[in-house]
Design a protein around this ligand. Structure first.
Ligand code: SF4
Length: 306
């Protein structure tokens, strides 16, 4: 069993070939639908866009490129895709794998070679995590490359589970209710970054990588430990999902259903000037929000409130 199916053992489709084929077809349709839905919901790609698809060699970015290529064929608007890989000169990075794959699928591509690995190694003391500097350098380089290639959008392969993990990491370690946006303007204001996999769950991407036999390049070449907390939070979320199926989907939906008046950030809601208006507000506070409980509980609350 490969490491991915060890995390999600139910994905080991090798044991059930007939059923797996049908499920693979459904999976492809689902992936196209979810990516298409995210693109439309957040207006990620418009006619005339040139989208730089960042490909790292991991399952997520391979899947993103794969699905975007499929959607490009059917989209009502014309847009270009160019795959970009940043070779950071990590020891053992198999530099031939991505160019061979990208040439084989026939997508225009660019490999940018920048030895950020040496810089990070030189600057960060031994034993300290390197990811923060490494990703900052990578981001700057990718923004520059996007400009040089005339790209109007930069697509990153983060998925729904990455977004939920980021939400919890920010709460646990940065005391912020902040996730990972599906679309944002880059720090320098010159680029628009999009995450077309925003609605896709990781399980589907793991399976799709197996179906499509992507030539995965391991992400551990640099030997950094920074992913540890992310892994812990990832495991926590997977355990929750196993115990309470649907919980991740509910949490993800909650990210699109924010009620600032029921949080505590005075920058988002003017709590100080709240006064009784004497007018009933159908959208106002219902004290117990009874309608969101199970019907029996709601009925009991309604009775007690009379
Ligand atoms: S895991 Fe390695 S390559 Fe990835 S961001 Fe961290 S230091 Fe950079």
């Amino acid at each position: 069993m490969n490491p991915q199916t060890a995390v999600f053992p139910e994905l080991d489709a090798a044991a059930r070939p007939g059923k797996a084929e049908r499920e693979d077809h459904k999976l492809e349709k689902r992936l196209c639908r979810e990516v298409g839905r995210a693109i439309v919901d957040f207006n990620m790609i418009e006619g005339g866009d040139k989208v730089m698809v960042c490909v790292s060699g991991g399952k997520d970015s391979y899947a993103m490129l794969d699905i975007l290529l499929k959607l490009q064929q059917r989209a009502p608007v014309r847009f270009e895709l160019v795959a970009v890989n940043l070779d950071q000169k990590q020891p053992g990075f198999p530099a031939h794998v991505l160019p061979e794959y990208l040439a084989q699928v026939g997508v225009p591509f660019h490999i940018e070679t920048q030895d950020t690995y040496s810089i990070v190694k030189r600057v960060i003391p031994e034993g300290k995590t390197m990811c923060s500097l490494c990703s900052r350098l990578r981001r700057g380089i990718l923004y520059r490359v996007a400009e040089e290639l005339g790209c109007t959008k930069i697509a990153l392969g983060h998925h729904r589970d990455d977004m939920l993990q980021t939400l919890f990491l920010n709460m646990f370690f940065a005391s912020k209710l902040k996730g990972m946006p599906p679309k944002l303007a880059s720090d320098d204001g010159k680029n628009v970054v999009i995450r077309p996999l925003a609605y896709v769950n990781e399980k589907d991407l793991i399976r799709w990588a197996e179906v499509r036999q992507f030539p995965i390049i391991p992400c551990t070449l640099c030997g950094s430990q920074d992913g540890l907390q992310r892994q812990v939070v990832g495991n926590m979320l997977r355990e929750w999902e196993a115990k309470f199926p649907g919980r991740l989907e509910n949490m993800f939906t909650a990210l699109q259903n924010v009620v600032p008046s029921h949080l505590m950030d005075p920058r988002l809601h003017d709590f100080k000037s709240i006064k009784a208006t004497g007018q009933a507000d159908p959208e106002g506070d219902k004290a117990f929000d009874a309608e969101s409980f199970a019907p029996q509980v709601a009925a009991k609350i309604a009775f007690m409130a009379q």
